[in-house]
Design a protein. Structure first.
Length: 194
């Protein structure tokens, strides 16, 4: 798992630091990139959703900052790395080492701030169809959440944790198992073959 700042691209760290400042300014507590303090970001996102509705020009910066922060929380708690596109922070993603899964935290932040999402994005997750179907079945077994909880970045982290655990369990059942994944396994744009 990563925890050193030098494991993340500078652009990500700059935006994540902006999110820390935004949250600190609002709640007077500094989030520390732990999953425990993600609830502070949840509160910030709830308040910021109203702001970006009134001031749409603030949406991009807010989503990029929240997404970078969420991504850093994920990167520091899972074996994964960033793949960033200089031109489009919405395409920034985390790619996982132990399971074939990409997570788009800036897309999640946009959805959280606007309270909308595209069904094709599966809430910021990208994985093979067979794994997606199995994950959807697993998620259907969970209790319903309130709408405000559904949009919270901390809920998206919980879903991500469930996804990783489910995919790891599924992978353990495979006699061929497969080894660790690397950036080259994702380079083709997500067309992983088992």
């Amino acid at each position: 798992m990563g925890d050193a700042d030098d494991d993340a691209p500078g652009k990500v760290l700059e935006l994540a630091a902006a999110c820390v400042r935004f949250v600190l300014g609002m709640v007077k507590i500094e989030p520390d990139f732990s999953s425990e303090t993600l609830s502070l970001v949840d509160h910030y996102v709830t308040e910021a959703a109203g702001t970006v509705k009134d001031r749409p020009e603030a949406l991009a910066l807010t989503a990029h900052a929240v997404g970078a922060y969420l991504g850093e929380v994920v990167r520091r708690s899972h074996a994964c790395w960033w793949r960033i596109d200089d031109a489009d922070p919405g395409a920034w993603r985390l790619e996982f080492r132990d399971v074939y899964l990409s997570f788009y935290p800036v897309q999640v932040a946009y959805a959280s701030l606007t309270r909308t999402e595209d069904d094709s994005s599966f809430s910021g997750f990208e994985l093979p169809d067979k794994d997606r179907d199995a994950l959807l079945e697993r998620l259907d077994q969970l209790p319903e959440v309130r709408e405000d909880e559904y949009w919270a970045p901390s809920t998206k982290l919980e879903v991500l944790d469930i996804a990783v655990d489910a995919l790891l369990a599924q992978r353990a059942q495979d006699p061929l198992g497969g080894g660790r994944l690397g950036p080259e396994d994702y380079a083709a744009g997500g067309s992983h073959q088992d």
